[in-house]
Design a protein around this ligand. Structure first.
Ligand code: FAD
Ligand code: UDP
Length: 371
């Protein structure tokens, strides 16, 4: 007999399970259909002993002190600032587009001030910024948009940027300075011994039982519990009764090479000619020293595990139907990227789970971590 059934052992499920067990002394069963905890943030040592992320590069970044402090209970950190370069016009240049990107591509010697003027001369004014095309074209014009964003986005999402919400390409800023960090958040670091170790510590509580390799539908009816927390896709939970929510998937091709390093930075983006979107070399992220190196290629696909909700108005409208149904269904709470159909980063999912916990526990949001 459990107080809660938590479906999914990723960030959303693990945080809520930990809080319910530790603070409210609830008995929690966590079920995941995969053979491991950690959800998409799962990492492991491969056959050569290199720490890799099975589901693509996961870089922790957050502005919330609360989220960082909470996770710091379960891990120490390896300081890491993420840098990405894009393969454009036969060379790699910094992305987000910055002063060095433009000077390298155009053979110019602009200052930051001049670059601002240059962007202005290229920018196409838009009355409102609705789509992912508007975001970029209104800042830097069509040529840079085509070099860096249009084809990458078509590959990644199977849609033109004009068909996607502004939020998608808004994730990547445009800069006039030389800052080549991908993120500017206050907290940027990697779990010192990996994500999986962090999840193990989070879930290691006498009130928490974990059942892997199990779809929650297999145990429905055979295990007793009071309430459900669902981090699996919300449409699947309701048997897709209003139709399937669209998700984008990826095919990850991992490789180990007999050389200590192959890339100048952790991630190289390939916006244009390759079928993959980016290549990640893990040792940059983890700081691991090893005579070999491991990389992963990401090939976007329509079929496969649901990794990305697709941000566009019609999908949001369909999600709203499921959300309304969820609101009318007692005893089940939805949280996480798939549970709430939101293109959330890890820190946002942690914050969302903490908020859910504060509602369930009836404590103020500010107390849900200190409790
Ligand atoms: P998930 O991690 O997807 O966990 C859901 C779990 O539910 C899964 O383990 C799944 O197996 C399980 N499940 C589903 N259906 C069932 C079922 N029927 N029965 C039982 N279990 C089920 N975020 C960042 O902050 N930084 C990054 O650098 C970053 N990089 C990313 C790169 C890629 C390629 C992807 C896809 C995502 C990235 N993210 C990144 C986002 C991050 O992965 C998510 O924010 C986070 O993992 C979401 O956690 P979650 O618990 O909501 O979902
Ligand atoms: N993007 C792009 N070119 C790039 C990097 C990003 O067109 O070089 C667009 C693309 O649509 C991508 C989105 O911006 O899906 C968000 O990029 P981010 O790196 O945040 O994607 P994620 O890490 O979530 O896959």
């Amino acid at each position: 007999m459990f107080d809660y059934l938590v479906i999914g052992a990723g960030f959303a499920g693990s945080v809520i399970a930990e809080r319910l067990a530790s603070v409210l002394d609830k008995k929690v069963l966590v079920v995941d259909k995969r053979n491991h905890i950690g959800g998409n943030a799962y990492d492991h040592h491969n056959d050569d002993g290199i720490l890799v992320h099975r589901y693509g590069p996961h870089i922790f970044h957050a502005n919330s002190k609360e989220v960082f402090t909470y996770l710091s209970r379960f891990t120490d950190w390896y300081p890491y600032q993420h840098r990405v370069r894009a393969w454009v016009d036969g060379r790699t240049v910094p992305i987000p587009i910055n002063l060095d990107t433009v000077n390298a591509l155009y053979g110019t010697n602009y200052t930051a001030l001049q670059l601002g003027e240059f962007y202005k001369s290229l920018a196409e004014p838009r009355e409102s910024i609705r789509t992912s095309e508007d975001v970029i074209v209104s800042q830097v014009g069509r040529e840079l948009y085509e070099k860096f964003f249009r084809n990458y986005t078509r590959k990644q999402w199977g849609l033109d940027p004009s068909e996607l919400d502004a939020a998608v390409t808004s994730r990547v800023p445009v800069r006039t300075n030389r800052d080549d960090r991908y993120f500017t958040d206050t907290y940027q670091a990697m779990p010192k011994h990996g994500y999986t170790r962090m999840f193990e510590r989070m879930l290691s509580h006498p009130n928490i039982k974990i059942l892997l390799n199990t779809d929650y539908r297999e145990i429905e009816g055979s295990i007793l519990y009071d309430e459900v927390i669902c981090t699996a896709p919300i449409d699947e939970y309701f048997d897709c009764q209003f139709g399937k929510l669209p998700y984008r998937s990826l095919d990850f091709q991992h490789q180990t090479l007999d050389t200590p390093q192959v890339q100048e930075v952790a991630v190289i983006n390939y916006p244009n000619d390759q079928p993959y979107t980016r290549v990640t070399e893990f040792k940059h992220l983890t700081g691991q020293v090893h005579p070999k190196t491991s990389i992963v290629y990401e090939y976007p696909t329509a079929e496969g595990d649901p990794y990305y909700p697709i941000p566009r108005a019609e999908n949001q409208a369909l999600y709203k139907k499921y959300q309304e149904l969820a609101d009318q269904t007692p005893g089940v709470h939805f949280v996480g990227r798939l549970g709430t159909y939101k293109y959330y980063n890890m820190d946002q999912v942690v914050a969302q789970s903490l908020t859910l916990f504060s509602k369930i526990a009836g404590v103020r949001r500010s107390e849900c971590v200190t409790a």
